[in-house]
Design a protein around this ligand. Structure first.
Ligand code: CUA
Length: 188
C-alpha cells in the first residue's frame, strides 16, 4: 500500500474533505464577525464602485480557469480513452457497480493483453478508476444507471501487480469505501 493511500481510502478521504472546509469556515467566521461586531452599519461603498471590483475579480477567475485547464491537459490519461487493441482481440471483463461495491466477472488479468472493461451501474452513478500500484490513476470510467449500452474502455496492463479500483463519482455516504482490486500476472 502506497503511503498516500490513506488520503484516498476509508475515513482518510472523509477527513481530507473535512479539512478542505477549514478555509471556508474561517472566511465565514471573519465575514460574520466583521458585519456583526466590528462594523454594524451598512456598507459605505456605492453601487457604482462595485463594478470595477467585480470586473477585476471575474477577469482573474476567467484567466485562472483557462490557464489551470490548459496546464493540466497533459496529465489526462489518453491511453485508455483511445481504446485501441492493435488488432488483438480484447479480453472481456464485465462489471456491475452498485452502492457500494463492484461485481467483476474476472479480477485476474494477464499483462500485455488488451482488456475491454464494460461496466454498468444499477442504482446511481458510479465510477471505476484503476490505479497503478505506484498510486497513479491509469484510467477512470463513469457509469450511469438506465443506459442501454455499457460504458467501455480498452486498456493493456504492462506490469504485474495489485491494481486498486476506486469509485471516483460521488454516490452516497459510503462512496469513499467503494473499492476493489485487480491482480495483473505476468504473461505466460
Ligand atoms: Cu460509487 Cu462513489
Amino acid at each position: 500500500m502506497a503511503m498516500l493511500d490513506y488520503v484516498y481510502t476509508g475515513w482518510g478521504a472523509f477527513w481530507v474533505t473535512m479539512f478542505m472546509f477549514v478555509p471556508f469556515a474561517l472566511m465565514a467566521y471573519w465575514v460574520i464577525r466583521r458585519k456583526s461586531l466590528v462594523d454594524t452599519g451598512p456598507t459605505q461603498l456605492q453601487p457604482s464602485e462595485f463594478a470595477p471590483i467585480e470586473g477585476v475579480w471575474l477577469t482573474f477567475a476567467f484567466i485562472f480557469f483557462v490557464v489551470a485547464n490548459l496546464a493540466s491537459l497533459k496529465y489526462i490519461p489518453w491511453a485508455a480513452a483511445s481504446g485501441t487493441t492493435n488488432g488483438e482481440p480484447a479480453v472481456q471483463i464485465d462489471f456491475t457497480a452498485k452502492s457500494w461495491a463492484y461485481d467483476i466477472s474476472n479480477r485476474q488479468i494477464e499483462a500485455g493483453k488488451p482488456v475491454k472493461f464494460s461496466g454498468r451501474a444499477t442504482d446511481t452513478q458510479h465510477g471505476f478508476a484503476v490505479y497503478h500500484p505506484n498510486g497513479r490513476v491509469l484510467f477512470t470510467m463513469l457509469m450511469m444507471p438506465g443506459t442501454t449500452k455499457p460504458t467501455s474502455v480498452v486498456y493493456t496492463f504492462k506490469e504485474p501487480g495489485k491494481y486498486a479500483v476506486r469509485c471516483l463519482e460521488y454516490c452516497g455516504v459510503a462512496h469513499h469505501r467503494m473499492q476493489d482490486e485487480l491482480t495483473v500476472v505476468a504473461a505466460n
